[in-house]
Write a protein that binds this ligand. Structure first.
Ligand code: GUN
Ligand code: ZN
Length: 435
């Protein structure tokens, strides 16, 4: 039996194509209505035409003056690094040694893992992020803690146990065999339970032996509908290290390719120092890039090349990479992505950035139709944005002459304060306190 629909009145924005390659890629209803029933989208369109179709007595929640869009999707983030965000270090490798590994060590304690998982998910929801691809720690129990917290909120989350069996402190090592058998047990426990999805998660090539990478590739073949996530070509010192560790590989990306880890539903963090051969392999294999601008600027890793990625036809998405990233907000992530694009000679319109943070990410994860837009039957994960959230946003938005200008102001000036409410599976999971 189906429950009474709920309707939400506001301006509506969502995408059905990539605005970089298609005209009319977005749907915009200035006075719109989103109709939700049983946690799914039933309809999205103009208020005038849709409200007459509602059953008598159906509640219309009035968010007039605000903007409803699909929840943001953050395709690369480390929940165990929540408490070490904004830890300074001269580059990736010293940052990992000094802060990351000691911080992740504490996730051997399930109570600590549960505490951080709860805070982390509340912080995502405050920022309007309803789906994320999440790295847990090397400890299998850190995955249980994460998915338990996610299940309580009924969130569409992808996560996995980090695999690392060398070149890291003894206290964080699994083995090639235990890493893969723990991952398989976690797949059986969590993958497709409720809204949970599992990602096979080798940390990055330097911390996995050849044997571990090979076994991870076999697991990815045995469970083709699971996800894969790792880091690639983030930092120049890291790239040089991979070249020394894997002298037979054509490139850093090729290390993963040779063991079968390039495939649809594989999410590669950073992708800064790829060559055009790598970009072509990314596109052909159906793997996707998670572009992490706040992290790349913070750690001095480099500038993602949007034009070359687009010319190769790569699947793209945006991600925070917290704790390397400096904000949980996908709006702040767009702000930095825009500047990174400018510095590498590209241009990212605001519409493209909002596409990348919603439908673009869903496509990168092969989840179009499930999340990322308001197609009928999609899961009702959505956010209410407030372009009047701060005195400055209020001033600026009063002078916006187009949707593009309004979205641009929200991306450049907005953060968690601009998120008035967040809904997951049709339930409100965050409401901003009145100012
Ligand atoms: N490369 C390997 N591990 C990590 C990590 O935790 N964060 C980032 N940004 N890069 C990595
Ligand atoms: Zn990362």
């Amino acid at each position: 039996s189906s429950t009474q629909p709920q309707a939400y009145r506001a301006s509506l924005l969502h995408f059905h194509a990539d605005p970089a390659f298609h005209a009319d890629a977005h749907a915009w209803h200035e006075d719109g209505l989103l109709v939700v029933a049983d946690g799914k989208v039933r309809a999205a369109g103009d208020y005038a035409s849709l409200h007459v179709t509602l059953p008598p007595g159906c509640t219309v929640h009035d968010y007039s003056g605000k903007l409803i869009m699909p929840g943001f999707i953050d395709t690369h983030v480390h929940y165990p690094q929540t408490e070490m965000i904004a830890s300074p270090a001269p580059g990736l490798l010293p940052w990992l040694e000094t802060y990351t590994f000691p911080t992740e060590r504490r996730f051997d304690d399930p109570a600590h893992a549960a505490d951080v998982a709860e805070f982390f998910l509340d912080e995502l929801l405050r920022c309007g992020t309803t789906t994320a691809m999440v790295y847990c720690s090397v400890h299998a129990a850190s995955v249980d803690a994460f998915f338990a917290a996610s299940e309580k909120r009924d969130l569409r989350m992808v996560a996995g146990k980090v695999l690392m069996d060398r070149n890291c402190p003894e206290f964080l090592r699994d083995t090639a065999e235990s890493g893969v058998s723990d991952s398989e047990a976690l797949i059986q426990r969590w993958h497709r339970r409720g809204r949970a999805l599992y990602a096979i998660t080798p940390r990055f090539a330097p911390t996995s032996s050849d044997a571990q990478l090979r076994l991870a590739g076999e697991l990815a073949r045995a469970y083709p509908d699971t996800f894969v996530q790792t880091h690639v070509s983030e930092n120049r010192d890291e790239c040089a290290w991979v070249q020394r560790l894997f002298p037979q590989a054509r490139s850093y990306l090729d290390v993963y390719d040779q063991v079968g880890l390039l495939r649809p539903r594989a999410m590669y963090g950073h992708c800064i120092w790829l060559d055009d051969g790598d970009r072509a392999r990314m596109a052909d294999s159906g793997a996707a890039a998670a572009v992490c601008p706040t992290s790349n600027l913070f750690l001095g890793s480099g500038l993602f090349d949007f034009d070359r990625a687009d010319r190769a036809g790569m699947l793209l998405s945006l991600a925070t990479d917290v704790g390397g990233g400096t904000s949980f907000s996908m709006l702040q992530t767009m702000n930095e992505a825009y500047k990174v694009a400018r510095l590498s000679g590209s241009y990212l319109p605001a519409l493209r950035m909002f596409y990348l943070a919603t439908l673009g990410a869903a496509r990168s994860m092969q989840l179009e139709g499930t999340i990322g837009n308001f197609a009928a039957g999609a899961e009702a994960d959505f956010i209410v944005l407030d372009a009047q959230a701060t005195p400055l946003l209020q001033r600026r938005s009063a002078h916006c002459d187009s949707l593009e200008e309004l979205l641009f102001a929200l991306a450049l000036l907005g953060d968690d304060r601009a998120v008035a409410a967040t809904y997951a599976a049709g339930r409100r999971v965050h409401a901003r306190e009145a100012a």
